[in-house]
Design a binder for this molecule. Structure first.
Ligand SMILES: Nc1ncnc2c1ncn2[C@@H]1O[C@H](COP(=O)(O)OP(=O)(O)OP(=O)(O)O)[C@@H](O)[C@H]1O
Ligand SMILES: Nc1nc2c(c(=O)[nH]1)N=C(CO)CN2
Length: 184
């Protein structure tokens, strides 16, 4: 980690982006969230709307469903990422090409104020500020008190106004609020 990490790791707040454009997209997203929440050291706090988005990068592929969740976790950043990768593997992600179709993609966007730059994990996620499919759902769930809240809000509004990336609110879901903190 490049910066001294002073927060209590038991209480870290992290934001995870989810995307799917193969198979039963909504089912895969919701199953991923359930599986993340079932980890003893992770609680899902808030869930964004589900957005349908035009593919960015490699454009000759089906539209995505994208969303972002806020979690509270006792895991260190690398262990949280590894848990995400484990869930991607479980849910059968098949990768053919970079930025190509995938059953489920889980990116770690933010973990408290941690900044780090390692091949395995870069925080904040290096491409998040240029992706409407991340910014718009992230704005749904980011804490008002988060240091990046205003920046995310401005970037999300700009992305929507610009309309370059097709992004439509597809569904809102009620997440059963996991308000009880996990056991220590
Ligand atoms: N913040 C991060 N979130 C997720 N993976 C990361 C992050 N920083 C680095 N990585 C590394 O990137 C690797 C490839 O990630 P992934 O397959 O999700 O990329 P991608 O979805 O093809 O492209 P993109 O990173 O642009 O979303 C992961 O195995 C992981 O170790
Ligand atoms: N709309 C959209 N486009 C993408 C997405 C995604 O989740 N949504 N993920 C990508 C690779 O991470 C590349 N392009």
């Amino acid at each position: 980690m490049d910066e001294l990490y002073e927060c209590n790791p038991r209480n870290a707040e992290a934001y995870i982006a989810l995307g799917s454009n193969m198979g039963e997209r909504e089912k895969l997203l919701l199953e991923a969230i359930e599986r993340i929440d079932s980890h003893p050291d992770i609680s899902v706090l808030r869930v964004s709307g589900i957005y349908e988005t035009e593919p960015v990068g490699y454009t000759d592929q089906p539209p995505f469903l994208n969303m972002v969740i806020a979690v509270s976790t006792a895991l260190e950043p690398l262990n949280l990422l590894r848990e995400q990768l484990e869930q991607e593997r479980f849910l059968g992600r098949i990768r053919h090409e970079r930025w190509g179709p995938r059953t489920i993609d889980l990116d770690l966007l933010l973990y408290d104020n941690v900044r780090m730059d390692q091949e395995e994990l870069t925080l904040p996620h290096p491409r998040m500020m240029e992706r409407a499919f991340v910014l718009v759902p992230l704005h749904d769930v980011i804490s008002d008190s988060h240091p990046l809240h205003e920046g995310i809000q401005a970037a999300s509004h700009a992305a929507l106004r610009g309309g370059k990336e097709g992004i439509t609110l597809w569904k809102t879901i009620n997440w059963r609020s996991a308000s009880e903190p996990f056991e220590s």
